[in-house]
Design a protein around this ligand. Sequence first.
Ligand SMILES: Cc1cc2nc3c(=O)[nH]c(=O)nc-3n(C[C@H](O)[C@H](O)[C@H](O)COP(=O)(O)OP(=O)(O)OC[C@H]3O[C@@H](n4cnc5c(N)ncnc54)[C@H](O)[C@@H]3O)c2cc1C
Length: 481
Amino acid sequence: MDTLDTDYLVIGAGAVGLAFADTLAHESTAQILVVDRRGTPGGHWNDAYGFVTLHQPSAFYGVASLPLGGGRIDRVGLNAGFHELASGAEVSGYFDRVVRQSLLPTGRVSWRPMCEVREVDGEPRLVSLLTGQETRVRVRRRVVDATYYGTTIPATHTPGFAVAEGARRVPPNALPGLWQARQADSPLPSHFVVLGAGKTAMDTVLWLLQSGLPPERITWVMPRDSWLLNRRVTQPGLDFFADSFGSQAAQMEALARSQTVDEVFERLEAEQVMLRIDPSRRPTMFHYATVAEAEVAELRRVTQVLRLGRVQRVEPGALVFDTERVPVPEDSLFIDCTASAVERRPSVPLFQPGRLVLQMVRIPQPAFSAALVAHLEARALASGDAGTPESDAACNALCAPVPLPDTLDGYPRATMVNMANQMQWGRDRELRTWIRQCRLDGFGQLVEQVAPDDEARQAVLARLGTAARQMPFAAARWMAP
Ligand SMILES: Cc1cc2nc3c(=O)[nH]c(=O)nc-3n(C[C@H](O)[C@H](O)[C@H](O)COP(=O)(O)OP(=O)(O)OC[C@H]3O[C@@H](n4cnc5c(N)ncnc54)[C@H](O)[C@@H]3O)c2cc1C
């Protein structure tokens, strides 16, 4: 059996694996082997629906060494006034460029597509999906697990509901191809049923409406209502300073002043940090789905919304729930947007002997998190103590994994861990400087750009400082076991 030697074996060439490999490759002399079972880099973006975009500005997504997008402000469409959002095709093309233009030219990064990593007797093996050939990998430093979140998307997941014969269930990927449905054997549906309440379902409803479908031809199955992050507060740049930094202060204030988690979200809604589609409903879910107010206004045009829990079965002409059966037009197209996107697994220490398990250390920024972890590893390599128990303990102290919320209850804890990490980073001078110059951070360098006589922005910073001082009290309430 062939054997490969490497310093780092990165499993997964999605955003997380590539952001890690990129920073480590550019900040150290380590040899890195990146492996993915997919044939092209970019992870789940390879299988995304044609009308997908980032939720967040392109300006701070991707890897540290290569900009994504041109820093433009959208002038038209539902994102008008905000920083551009890369489309799925752009993201996939970008990750391809990352490998070809940024990683491989270092001469120290190798890329193995179409290979699965399996552990045999505690040792990693590459298994070629094309030939079945196995290659032993001798890893001198660490195996880097960039698959921990197990991202699932509609095109590749197994739905959790039954599909009766004759019912047309498709992932959203099928929609742009409907122009071909003029042939008699596959006629266009008269009605569209969108299954799911997350960002994919929202994107799908928006695409249908933007394509000219009247809202009365859509039924939306929404098992849970969700709080949504207002995209306004995620905008980089001084023009949005009051929104972005103001929202940080608003989050801390809400946590410090609220007695219940519903109150936290209602305060944040009053501050226009959080949005909801139906103001008469109390959302129970929060996944950091990020939308513009214009998108929410558009989504409200759909009034046939079924809140009957999860669908159990789709049939030609009916949706079957636990306790109810709801008729829909016989030829309805059922669009499956029920994939969970990110699997919620228990947090584990990132730095482990011989291993790194990449998780978010700033939520909701997986790429920034991976780059920051790579920087800490490169820093430890430079000082000669990478991988020692002391060094790993110090790195773990800087990198508490932020637990991903699902219900509202998870939000205060996630925010607290986020802030605690941020405070630790602020005390580490070298790391603070690194964060400020990292393009994936998006916000750190702004503070320095605020002029002393800029009263409005200085007032935002003062509000932030006051709110931060209340955090220890808030932590006592929300972090209690
Ligand atoms: C529609 C959508 C929009 C999003 N928008 C944003 C956004 O705007 N901003 C943001 O920060 N996040 C966004 N996200 C979150 C998104 O999940 C992350 O940004 C990121 O793309 C996840 O990357 P990943 O590397 O963790 O996972 P993946 O993209 O799933 O990559 C993991 C890779 O590991 C490979 N793999 C797994 N196991 C093995 C194995 N044993 N051997 C070999 N290879 C293996 C898989 O094939 C896969 O390619 C979005 C998610 C979705 C679904």
